[in-house]
Write a protein of this length. Structure first.
Length: 370
């Protein structure tokens, strides 16, 4: 069948709207009609080349939700009409990582930037004029229709609006989990969140939900600092120097218990600033990414003060469980989703959406498929 999608022909590059040929779903796959897709900084990393795809052209989007239209043969678990959220990290349920409760590290995730089939490496579901088109994270939510592995889908209750549900497929879980899972925030903690975009704002939500007594948001933009307070920040500052002083003030000079780095393009200097802000045996969670190498931290301070620098992918979450948990919290009023969406776009406005992200005027932009 045909589908209209946003693709990259190369990186660096701009998103182009193209008509693609889409395969029928095979065993273990489903055809999904997309309803909504979030605009995440990771998609922009693919466009800039900071996170290059293994194959071009490539169809973008990894944070989406939709309705199952067809189910591949001999594929139990999903039916036509089911509502699903895509997990940008597949979960096989059998590898070492899935079996030990670290589904976000599933071995099947090795394919997320190659864009080919998990079950048949080197084969592709999308084509442009006979040429293979890679699927970002194996899902490609910047397409009106997509075929994906069932390992990348989570069935959700039909009463949850899909334009809100799509957000838990990446941004919400990555931020929330960075504070709660990777950071291990507990009641009474002092937490610094550095960078209040679509991920950082959810780290604020997570820290608040976990019971932190002080959630200190850091961002140079007043708009984002104000929004952080709406989502649970107790204080907000434009610089890490101010935030560090505040954290020490609230902890008798010790420093923050946890600092979460969610800057869109994270540098070693960002991590070093967070490292300076935490107490002895404190934790820096590095969630933002870039191709930069090196973190300028004093090794004697790392060792003698027993500080920890912790990476986090998808907030160290288990998608097949946590996605449903976050949606339940949304239904119960404990998690804000509606308020995250600053503006919606049509598919052909995808480049405008990323321009707005760079301009700092959105918490989250969402594409509504028509």
């Amino acid at each position: 069948m045909k589908t209209t999608a946003a693709i990259l022909r190369q990186a660096p590059g701009k998103w182009e709207i193209a008509e693609l040929d889409l395969d029928e779903p095979r065993q273990g796959e489903v055809l999904v009609r997309l309803v909504a897709s979030g605009l995440c900084h990771s998609d922009d990393h693919a466009a800039t080349g900071d996170m290059p795809m293994g194959t071009y052209p490539a169809c973008g989007g990894h944070e989406g939700a939709g309705v199952v239209e067809r189910v591949g043969p001999h594929t139990p678990g999903l039916e036509i009409g089911d509502h699903v959220v895509f997990s940008f990290l597949p979960g096989c349920g059998r590898c070492r990582w899935c079996a030990t409760g670290k589904q976000n590290l599933c071995d099947a995730g090795a394919h997320v930037l190659q864009g080919d089939r998990i079950s048949e490496p080197g084969t592709f579901r999308m084509h442009l004029d006979g040429q293979p088109v890679a699927q970002l994270c194996g899902v490609s939510t910047f397409s009106q229709y997509t075929v994906a592995s069932v390992l990348s889908t989570v069935k959700i209750p039909k009463e949850i609006p899909l334009d809100k549900a799509c957000l838990v497929g990446c941004g919400v879980g990555t931020g929330w989990g960075s504070a709660v899972n990777a950071g291990g925030v507990v009641p009474g903690d002092t937490v610094v969140v550095m960078g209040i975009g679509g991920v950082g704002i959810n780290a604020v939500q997570g820290a608040k939900h976990a019971g932190a007594s002080h959630v200190i948001a850091v961002d140079p933009l007043a708009f984002k600092r104000d929004k952080a307070k709406e989502f649970g920040a107790t204080e907000s500052f434009g610089s890490m120097d101010e935030a560090t002083d505040a954290a020490r003030h609230y902890t008798n000079g010790q420093g923050a218990d946890v600092a979460v780095v969610t800057v869109g393009i994270t540098t070693g200097e960002h991590v070093a600033q967070a490292f300076s802000a935490i107490r002895k045996a404190g934790t820096v969670v590095v969630t933002g990414a870039s191709a930069e190498v090196g973190i300028p931290v004093p090794l004697i301070e790392l060792a003698m003060m027993q500080k920890r620098i912790q990476g986090a992918v998808f907030g160290a979450s288990n998608p097949s469980y946590d996605i449903l948990k976050w949606l339940r919290l949304y239904q119960e009023g404990a998690l804000k989703l509606d308020e995250l969406i600053t503006r919606t776009y049509t598919l052909d406005e995808v480049n405008q959406g990323f321009d707005d992200m760079h301009a700092g005027v959105n918490l989250r932009g969402v594409i509504l498929h028509q």
